[in-house]
Write a protein that binds this ligand. Structure first.
Ligand code: SAH
Length: 246
């Protein structure tokens, strides 16, 4: 069943015109009046909806029954990612949504190759949020992860309380860590989990020191150096397997 995100509130019985980009998608899929689709607005649950009319630009739907479908993992995990080059961010955001990440914080660091500021940074944020949306449509998530505005790692650290709150877990992935990933708890922490991954060149020593000063535990993923886009995805998969997301 084709699933589409819409930004508006939804209620059974409502009749409304789909946003233009959803209409285009409906046309590409050659859906017809009478066909049923699934709509969700990212705050939980989904609605079936019937296409009742299609014109060149406008597709009208009637919203049907609500289904309380929950596909979230039993923990909340923010992926804080040193911005990776070319299309790697697109790739890893798509996969991280499938694997249950709840939020994204893109970070610029001293070794970042990509520098995003001003208008370009805003356009990237919108682009990444669209990738999140498409991934949610595809994988069946009804709660939409958010991509935060890009910021410098120092600014981001300064915005966090220096000591993690009750049940919170902050993890720095570092090839130099002498604590192994396997030492992380066997059950999901109740509070927010943050996993911080460096960009292609890794973090500088002062950056790692500042991160550790904010209650992060440096954790290693074995003897091989993973590419930045592999590291976060590997951890998300391993935590899903350990903490009952799977
Ligand atoms: N030469 C860089 C390697 C960066 S790899 C360095 O020495 O840091 C990019 C990022 O992926 C790292 O910053 C880290 O967050 C993560 N990563 C890659 N391999 C890892 C490993 N074996 N253990 C833990 N984190 C790893």
């Amino acid at each position: 069943m084709p699933r589409f995100f819409v930004g508006n509130s939804l209620q059974s019985g409502d009749v409304f015109t789909l946003p233009d980009e959803v209409t285009r998608h409906v046309q590409v899929l050659r859906l017809q009046p009478g066909d049923t689709i699934v709509l969700f607005n990212g705050v939980g649950g989904e609605y079936s909806a019937e296409i009742i009319s299609m014109e060149r630009r406008d597709t009208q739907v009637r919203v049907g029954p609500f289904r309380d479908v929950e596909t979230e993992p039993p923990y909340r995990l923010t992926l804080a990612q040193g911005i990776a080059g070319s299309d790697k961010m697109d790739w890893l955001i798509e996969k991280a949504v499938e694997l249950g990440a709840t939020n994204f914080v893109p970070l610029t660091t001293s070794r970042s190759v990509v520098r995003l500021v001003g208008e370009r940074a805003v356009r990237r944020q919108v682009h990444w949020q669209r990738i999140v949306q498409a991934s949610c449509e595809q994988c069946g998530r009804n709660r939409m992860p958010e991509v935060a505005a890009t910021r410098e790692i120092g600014t981001w650290l300064a915005s966090l309380p220096k000591t993690p709150g009750e049940g919170e877990l902050r993890v720095l992935l570092s090839p130099r860590a002498n604590v192994s990933f396997s030492t992380l708890p066997n059950t999901p922490p109740q509070g927010e989990i943050t996993v911080l991954v460096g960009p292609e060149g890794g973090f500088s020593s002062p950056e790692e020191a500042a991160v550790l000063d904010h209650g992060f535990i440096a954790v290693g993923l074995g003897p091989r150096i993973l590419r930045t886009e592999t590291a976060g995805i590997a951890v998300l998969a391993a935590l899903a397997a350990r903490w009952g997301g799977w």
